[in-house]
Write a protein that binds this ligand. Structure first.
Ligand SMILES: [Zn+2]
Length: 498
């Protein structure tokens, strides 16, 4: 009897001892003493603790006195704010910021270092889930998913451009079909489509079926008449969009459309798309109106009524502005997401080639900035302000990179996008919901992501400031949890010594 008692005591103390060893590999982590900010509970923000178990959120205690669970490694988050991992539902991982395709081919070492850092840059700014809208290079996506530490990555498979339309129009006609195996055949252009492509293989139904079988969760198509040298591109009619809509619904896929003008967004709303993947910077004949015109208000009202997901993608324009803003490359945050050699190249005359392309006439920086502010930025800002006033269904997406610009760096671009959304008139709560629960709902991942609730994936972000008090909170991150794995933010930086 006595021996049994001694053994029992030894056993208990051994267990207690095991409990006190902090173990990063422990599959039970108790994040203690944090202020929990979760989008379904914004009226009830409380101090508490969260238990992670096997990569999932197991318990959420909104009670400062909750007891530490047995055999859990304690992570002291004292006084910091815990939010769900952020979701960016509009990225293009295979495109290298600041480089044309030929330039990236010519600098393989620089590009290799960039892709190695890529998943870490997104995590550095709290992005634990991404949606790639147009798979053009499956290898890059595979490499991303195989990285030791990376955000969850979903995609829309190969996108559905209209034959010879945007964006396949960027490539010479002889080679533009191969990279877009899901292009939509147009009988009227039969003489401009190589004979090996058969109409029956390129119907909306056949294209959407290929997206589905490739594992895509969404369908991406385009309405874009073009700009600069490529105006008057062929675009689809409502009949084609209706067929895509039908096939997307049948396959349970989210329908997204590239539409950045009044005409294009009207086409999108008439066609009942799920997500409009850009803000509205072209107003057509209304471009010069300084107030938001009634015609546009009426369209925006329909976007609100239909609860269409809206991605303002302000950084598409600011990504161009970066070349005329002497402070952009000087930001400390740039060094966190850009490998050193690449940043040196961006700062060299050769690295600024894209700025010269945007500003062909060589106007002074100040004049370029003024033009953006008075026209290109003003219009989408007015649209965002109106939609924010009606609490539209904003879904957060950055379109990183939207062009070969160094003004769209991974991770950092999301932070800058949030700043621009706030400047345009969205509230901090709207921005927070857009990047968490709204995205999760829109992409049918709500049971897994988007809030801090038991059962969801333990993708979490800890920050020093409250994202409901200042947008700067999104650059005050200290720790990120990726499927329950604790990752100190500093270790994710491109210039980290760890
Ligand atoms: Zn895009």
């Amino acid at each position: 009897m006595k021996i049994f008692a001694i053994l029992f005591t030894l056993l208990v103390s051994a267990l207690a001892f095991a409990d006190s060893i902090p173990d990063q590999r422990a599959n039970r982590i108790w994040i203690a003493d944090v202020i929990i900010i979760s989008p379904e509970n914004l009226d009830h923000i409380a101090k508490g603790s969260v238990l992670i178990e096997n990569g999932r959120i197991a318990r959420v205690e909104r009670n400062a006195a909750a007891r530490i669970p047995a055999r859990a490694a304690v992570f002291d988050g004292k006084g910091q704010y815990l939010i769900p991992g952020l979701i960016d539902s509009h990225v293009h991982l295979a495109s290298v910021p600041g480089m044309s395709f030929d330039q990236s081919e010519g600098k393989p070492e620089m590009v290799k270092a960039y892709f190695k850092q890529l998943p870490r840059s997104y995590l550095y700014f709290g992005y634990t889930t991404l949606v790639d809208l147009a798979v053009v290079d499956q290898q890059v996506l595979d490499g991303f998913r195989q990285a030791p530490l990376h955000p969850d990555l979903y995609d829309c498979g190969g996108s559905l451009p209209f034959a010879n339309g945007y964006p396949m129009s960027f490539a010479p006609s002889a080679v533009r079909f191969k990279p877009f195996p899901n292009f939509i055949y147009d009988g009227k252009q039969a003489d401009r489509i190589p004979p090996e492509y058969k109409p029956e293989d390129h119907t909306p139904a056949a294209d959407v079926a290929r997206v589905k079988s490739s594992g895509g969760i969404c369908v991406k198509t385009y309405f874009e008449r073009g700009f600069a040298k490529d105006r008057n591109l062929p675009v689809m009619g409502p009949d084609v969009l209706a067929e895509i809509r039908k096939a997307a619904t049948q396959n349970g896929l989210v329908l997204m459309i590239h539409a950045n003008g009044f005409e294009a967004q009207k086409f999108a709303v008439d066609g009942d798309v799920d997500v409009i993947a850009h803000g509205m910077w072209h107003w057509g004949e209304l471009d010069k109106k300084t107030e938001l015109p009634d015609e546009i208000r009426r369209l925006l009202d329909r976007i609100v009524e239909k609860k269409i997901g809206y991605q303002p993608t302000m950084q598409v324009l600011y990504g161009e502005v970066a070349y005329f803003d002497p402070e952009y490359l000087q930001m400390d945050a740039v060094t966190k997401v850009t490998p050193k050699e690449m940043l040196e190249w961006f700062n060299s005359p050769a690295g600024k080639w894209f700025g010269r392309e945007i500003n062909e006439e060589g106007a002074p920086d100040a004049a370029m900035l003024k033009d953006y502010q008075q026209n290109w930025l003003r219009r989408p800002q007015q649209v965002v302000a109106y939609l924010a006033g009606k609490d539209a269904n904003f879904v957060f997406g950055t379109d990183t990179p939207s062009a070969p610009t160094y003004g769209n760096l991974p991770g950092l671009n999301g932070y800058l996008e949030m700043k621009q959304l706030q400047k345009a008139g969205m509230s901090l709560a709207q921005i927070f919901r857009a990047a968490t629960i709204n995205n999760a709902r829109e992409f049918k991942m709500e049971s897994q992501l988007g809030s801090i609730e038991p059962g969801k994936i333990a993708n979490l972000v800890l920050m020093k400031k409250s994202p409901l008090e200042t947008v700067d909170a999104y650059d005050s991150i200290t720790t990120v949890w990726v499927h329950g794995k604790t990752v100190p933010r500093d270790s994710l930086a491109a210039n980290s010594s760890r």
